[in-house]
Write a protein that binds this ligand. Structure first.
Ligand code: 5RP
Length: 225
């Protein structure tokens, strides 16, 4: 049986939104998987579910507003009840690499403010060891060369992300360095090292953050906790 990633994303999204309850403030992630979750939430809101959203990107904000989901500014809330987000990779310990879409800064802040963090994914995102997907690292432009040199000391190779022939710029006005560290056997340690490098705003290793991952596989879902 062949995998159908779009269907798997949709199934995982549908399953995740069943966890939402009236009155909750809900963090909305970014990406093609979350797109389906926001669509589902839009339908539930039309049918009377009373939630308010906090977005992790302009794209998710615009999608949510268009569907009539009431949205809050993150600086007007002191807590987020639950966040649903996608991932680029996850391992058996629910460690993640995120930021393929470049929204990692807001995603990490929203996740950090959330009581419950649910990740949704198609089956291609599950890996034995993180690192095939390069670790997105958001860097203040002034520090790009410095950070690339520091990554070398961690046996990493960092390339500045390009899009359509131009340097990719985040919503914060920064660049992304995609860091290749080979297979990442100790994500917690690498995360700590990256946290210590001046000029890095945030990196895409989300360690000990996810409470569960709902993965679509073929025509069903599997939940990892
Ligand atoms: C964006 C992210 C996304 O969650 C991640 O890239 C997965 O995206 P998709 O659902 O499109 O595969 O971290 O910054």
């Amino acid at each position: 049986m062949h995998n159908n990633p779009e269907k798997e994303k949709q199934l995982a999204a549908k399953e995740a939104v069943t966890l939402l309850k009236d009155g909750q403030i809900v963090g909305l992630g970014t990406g093609s998987t979350i797109f389906f979750a926001i669509e589902e939430i839009g339908t539930l809101v039309k049918n009377g579910l009373q939630i308010k959203g906090v977005a992790t990107s302009d794209a998710s904000y615009q999608q949510a507003i268009a569907l009539g989901i009431p949205m809050l500014n993150i600086n007007d809330v002191t807590r987020i009840d639950i966040t649903i987000d996608g991932t680029d990779e996850f391992d058996d310990n629910l460690q993640l690499i995120k930021g393929g879409g470049g929204a990692l800064f807001k995603e990490k802040i929203v996740a950090s403010m959330s009581r419950e963090k649910i990740i949704i994914a198609d089956a291609s995102k599950k890996v034995n060891a993180l690192g095939k997907f390069k670790v997105p690292i958001e860097v203040v432009p002034f520090a790009v060369n410095y950070v690339r040199q520091q990554l070398k000391k961690l046996n990493g190779n960092g390339e500045v992300r390009m899009k359509d022939g131009q340097t990719f710029v985040t919503e914060q006005g920064n660049y992304i360095i995609d860091g290749d560290f080979g297979p990442i056997n100790e994500p917690i340690i690498l995360s700590r090292h990256l946290n210590e490098i001046e000029g890095i705003l945030v990196h895409g290793l989300f360690v000990n953050m996810a409470d569960s991952v709902i993965m679509g596989v073929h025509d069903t879902t599997v939940t990892f906790t």
